[in-house]
Design a protein around this ligand. Structure first.
Ligand SMILES: CCCCCCCCCC(=O)SCCNC(=O)CCNC(=O)[C@H](O)C(C)(C)COP(=O)(O)OP(=O)(O)OC[C@H]1O[C@@H](n2cnc3c(N)ncnc32)[C@H](O)[C@@H]1OP(=O)(O)O
Length: 182
């Protein structure tokens, strides 16, 4: 792998959040309108995320014909979107909301449309607000990935982070109501 992604050696201890989904349980959507996992996103990927053992998240994605990039194969941007969302659920096993600050993808094999890709995202470590993750896309055997991603997510105060943008949400009224609660 050629990349500058480096996980620091002086990592903080991490514990699974007591309210995090248990292994095998479906994880709650962070936003119903999310393009990656939102059930109400009209054209989204609608990924269903499942908490795994330790700090892992699993998801599956049918590679629909409309995801085509090169002839007959997935568009790289669609794949990176899926990675972003699956890997973005890993911080929720630790606790805090976090957003992507860095995402890189190694595309290893062409991925045909009309196949079903499996994703597994894992925590590599936490240092202060930075949460280091890895994602693997495969067809059932995680030791034979067809793409691998690495990402850094930084924890945020969601209320403050999104405050200036709620008006633009397709669920703006709902979010304004929710975030105005003390
Ligand atoms: C809400 C739940 C979401 C759950 C799932 C989501 C899945 C989808 C995820 C997404 O797609 S999120 C959308 C794309 N991402 C963004 O819009 C984030 C845009 N960036 C920001 O808003 C700010 O950069 C951010 C609030 C994240 C950080 O700014 P701050 O001013 O609060 O923090 P700062 O810049 O000091 O950075 C904090 C730490 O992160 C480090 N950092 C920041 N950007 C980095 C970067 N690009 N690469 C590596 N490290 C980075 C920074 O060095 C520092 O490290 P140290 O703790 O060691 O000092």
């Amino acid at each position: 792998m050629k990349s500058s992604f480096v996980v620091p050696t002086d990592l903080d201890p991490v514990q699974r959040h007591p309210k995090a989904a248990k292994a095998g349980e479906r994880m709650r959507m962070h936003n119903p309108m999310c393009f990656g996992c939102g059930e109400e996103s009209p054209n989204g990927l609608r990924l269903e995320m499942f908490a795994g053992e330790e700090f892992t998240v699993d998801a599956a994605m049918r590679v629909q014909t409309q995801f085509e990039g090169g002839p007959g194969v997935i568009h790289g941007g669609v794949l990176s979107t899926a990675f972003d969302d699956v890997m973005g659920m890993v911080p929720l096993l630790v606790g805090p909301s976090a957003v992507t600050v860095h995402l890189e993808v190694d595309y290893i094999k062409p991925i045909p449309v009309e196949t079903t890709l499996q994703f597994r995202a894992s925590l590599l470590g936490r240092q202060r607000r930075k949460i280091y993750t890895e994602g693997i896309a495969h067809y059932g055997d995680p030791t034979q990935p067809v793409a691998v991603a690495h990402g850094i997510f930084v924890t945020i105060n969601a209320r403050e982070h999104f405050a200036d943008h709620l008006e633009n949400s397709q669920l703006s009224d709902e979010y304004k109501r929710r975030l105005s609660r003390p």
